[in-house]
Design a protein around this ligand. Sequence first.
Ligand code: FAD
Length: 431
Amino acid sequence: MTTSGPEHVAVIGAGIVGTCAALALLADGRRITLIDPAPPGGPQAASFGNGAFISPASIIPMSFPGLWRQVPRLLADPAGPLTIRWRSLPALTPWLIRFLLSGATPARVRRTAGILNGLLGDAPGRHAAIALGIGQPGMIRHDGLIYAYPTRADFEAEALSWTIRRENGLDWQELDGGALHQLEPALGPSYRFAAYLPSGAWCTDPGGYVAALAQAAVAGGANRRHARATGFEVMAGKLTAVQTDHGPIACDAALVAAGIASGALARAAGDRVPLVSERGYHVELPGATGGPARPIMPADGKMANSPCATGLRAAGQVELAGTGDAPDWRRAEILLDNMRRAYPALRFDAALLRRWLGHRPSTPDGLPVIGPASGVGGVHYAFGHGHVGLAAAPMTAAIAAAQLAGRPAPIDAAPFAAARFAGRMFRAANR
Ligand SMILES: Cc1cc2nc3c(=O)[nH]c(=O)nc-3n(C[C@H](O)[C@H](O)[C@H](O)COP(=O)(O)OP(=O)(O)OC[C@H]3O[C@@H](n4cnc5c(N)ncnc54)[C@H](O)[C@@H]3O)c2cc1C
């Protein structure tokens, strides 16, 4: 319990980041209003449909040396993991340039990975503690994660990534084909090597977890408002209320945790953050048999396969397009085809198959935005987690709670400041 800092905080967005933050702020004794027009953990949120990985190995950013040379080949492959809607290209170009530059050298990748390690290194333990605290310990499982490769040579082709992981303290076991298939008999014989992370965890029901976190926040005293935040009311440079489509909500501070919608709210608080949607897809197969017993990431399919409570899920793909553009369900078909290849004995009822499109809220440098707004006193940010928001949410919440209380954050939060984008010529590419 603390008495310093704002008494009443409006948390904007009830995804994994907003709900974890609401609980952390409640634990500090603050009054919370949790604002979201949609049900927490519903399909509108990235937190609903992700791959369920809570992996300390996710510290490697998407941008890496030489990627720019691979982009044409990746885009030319209709069944590959990356696609772009060409009419979005002009708007996306500034973000893409910055993205490619952010990983252009091993030194840059090392810097980003080191910072992400602070967010992700103890994510499994933090999530386990949160799940226990809300009476849902079974929602976070600690039975390890598998990164499967066709051959050891394919693993070694990613030597830079695994070396950087090792430098950041990650331990894994290397499994040859025999050991791998003993651990995961469903995986096809074309996978003959794996890195097994015993420390990795996963969430059995990402959407249900967020709903349970929001419920726990309300049970703990948070006020839930079904409204869409549209801006801020400010007096003498200081926040007095969050404007919503259902009228103003008076508060002393606000935390912007609205996923892909956060860019527009940050602009209203004085920061131009280059946030775009890396659109991703999932297919989910309720009642499937012949799939993995624990999450596996087959390296060639670039997807997360997780045996969620709602069905066996394949999540992945990066589609660069506007947030409002229609889904291209061929991307989900690719995931399904990849899964069929990875698990030859997979059986499922096609009539039950579910498909989903969601928006990874992504900055070009692979780091989230956590910290105070430049233009409005009392507005803070917790968004832009791209590919790692599920894993990074507990530490993000701990940082935000510390910043609002005026106490030192558990890790150095300077690299997450919105001000890092100030003065640069970036344009948010989402319409
Ligand atoms: C295919 C795919 C696979 C992924 N796999 C993984 C994985 O395995 N592990 C991992 O760690 N991460 C993964 N991610 C990333 C992760 O899902 C996201 O980073 C994370 O969910 C972002 O959480 P969030 O709370 O910031 O945003 P969201 O979950 O999108 O939640 C934002 C909330 O804000 C609400 N909102 C929007 N606008 C407003 C407004 N104006 N006012 C109020 N509320 C508003 C929305 O309704 C929503 O509920 C994956 C993402 C995708 C798409």
